[in-house]
Ligand binder design. Structure first.
Ligand code: AOS
Ligand code: ZN
Ligand code: ZN
Ligand code: ZN
Length: 430
């Protein structure tokens, strides 16, 4: 049985009140697309299959290293987090899984956790390990590194944590482990680059060896922070080297905020597809660094261009291409549920727009060096307002035409605020 936390009647009433307008807009869009030889119903069926995972840490209010301003009714534990994720899925219908983070989401009974998720119609995506912060009662500190620490004892502790994450993941139905480490150095000379990388590989080999046959290991690179001089897995080059030396199951995860400014991320995606090593994504947006802003809030064209590569790879049947889609955002000044809903829809929107690229025409323009028309072919797809298509998909799936309006009308936030005590202010990067 699926537990719903927004009254289904409210969702249905809202959808009903706008359905005539949505139908008319959908029909109009269908006519426009038909002139481009696109069948809107075929497109709808394709886009309806799209799903992106919600990060369990994303439903709490984030913070910076300066301060954190807690929101009302923040989740107190993983059960509350799943309830919030359930609300997101109820309204947007394209977020059926949650990516959990350990030990943040640790419980004593994972069977119960899985059932709890299922009661909200949710499953679990990739399991994330955390060796970038010290936990209470942890014997050895990660202050100077974890999987790459100079001390074998610290490395063993970090490996053991990842093995535990795999064990938990097996119980909750995950199929992948995401490893992001903050290891690196803040000063030139602090660490020996090559020996540190070798230690990374050695530790990860032990983790890799414990992966079940049908699992993958996602290596997440990040240019800087918390190590501000050099990070061990700082870019896709180091990530690819590591993935290639670890083996088939190791792949490279692309977080959109983890690159140097002006990096051509869509091209990195194309290279990783070529190498058959694209693990998937942590979607978010960025103006300066790892800002973890809402997907598409700064540079929606970049997100579209990433999806343009993904759709091209899927349609040309690139081998071993099966990327995992996850959001990874930090919401400091918005209601996290609202941010995650709009972000999921934005990602879905970019996917739909990328499906609209006339690939035969594009190839023709590329091969005849018609630069302007090649660029315009992408722009035509990107400029298409697919809002009625997405609304129709949500309504047909029992979701909300306007997720934020329906969510606000439900009074959900005030409801949970009444039962979840306010968290105190604190600082810390999430
Ligand atoms: C950190 O910058 C990474 O994006 C990781 O994915 C991290 O595990 C996540 O942001 C939770 O803190
Ligand atoms: Zn990330
Ligand atoms: Zn990040
Ligand atoms: Zn990020």
């Amino acid at each position: 049985m699926t537990t719903t936390k927004i009254a289904p009647e409210l969702i249905a009433d809202h959808a009903h009140s706008v359905s005539a307008r949505v139908d008319s807009d959908y029909k109009h869009l269908g006519e426009q697309l038909a002139r481009r030889n696109v069948n809107i119903d075929t497109l709808k069926a394709e886009v309806a299959k799209f799903a992106v995972a919600v990060p369990s840490w994303g439903v709490g209010t984030g913070g910076t290293r300066f301060a954190r301003f807690p929101g009302k009714g923040e989740p107190r534990n993983v059960f509350d987090k799943l309830q919030d994720c359930g609300v997101i899925q109820q309204l947007v219908r394209c977020t059926p899984t949650v990516s959990p983070h350990f030990p943040w989401d640790k419980v004593s009974d994972y069977k119960e956790l899985r059932q709890h998720a299922e009661s909200f119609g949710l499953g679990f995506d990739a399991v994330n390990s955390n060796t970038f912060s010290d936990q209470k009662d942890q014997p050895l500190s990660y202050k100077f590194g974890s999987l790459t620490h100079a001390d074998a004892g610290v490395r063993a502790q970090a490996v053991a944590h990842n093995l535990e994450c795999i064990e938990i993941g097996k119980q909750i139905g995950s199929k992948a482990l995401t490893v992001w480490i903050g290891d690196g150095s803040n000063f030139p000379g602090q660490s020996h680059f090559r020996r540190q990388f070798e230690r990374y590989l050695d530790s990860n080999r032990q983790i890799y060896a414990a992966l079940p046959a049908d699992w993958n290991m996602f290596l997440e690179h990040k240019m800087f922070e918390p190590a501000f001089y050099a990070t061990v897995i700082q870019d896709w080059g180091s990530s690819l080297l590591a993935a290639q030396s670890l083996g088939e199951k190791a792949r490279c995860l692309v977080d959109l905020g983890h690159h140097a400014p002006n990096t051509n991320i869509e091209m990195i995606v194309a290279r990783l597809v070529h190498a058959q090593k694209l693990a998937g994504f942590h979607f978010n947006d960025s103006k300066y660094g790892d800002d973890d802003l809402d997907s598409g809030s700064i540079n929606p064209f970049q997100l579209f261009l990433v999806f343009n590569e993904l759709v091209d790879a899927a349609q040309s049947k690139a081998p071993n291409f099966n990327p995992a889609y996850m959001l990874d955002q930090s919401h400091n000044v918005t209601d996290p549920i609202e941010s995650l809903m709009t972000s999921a829809v934005t990602v879905q929107r970019c996917y739909a727009q990328a499906l609209l690229v006339d690939r035969t025409a594009l190839t023709g323009y590329q091969d005849s060096n018609d630069v302007l028309m090649a660029a315009q072919t992408l722009k035509t797809a990107f400029h298409t307002d697919v809002t009625p298509l997405l609304q129709k998909i949500r309504i047909e799936a029992g979701g909300a035409a306007d997720p934020v309006a329906t969510y606000r009308a439900s009074g959900y936030r005030a409801g949970v605020a009444a039962v979840r005590p306010a968290a105190g202010p604190s600082s810390g990067i999430v």
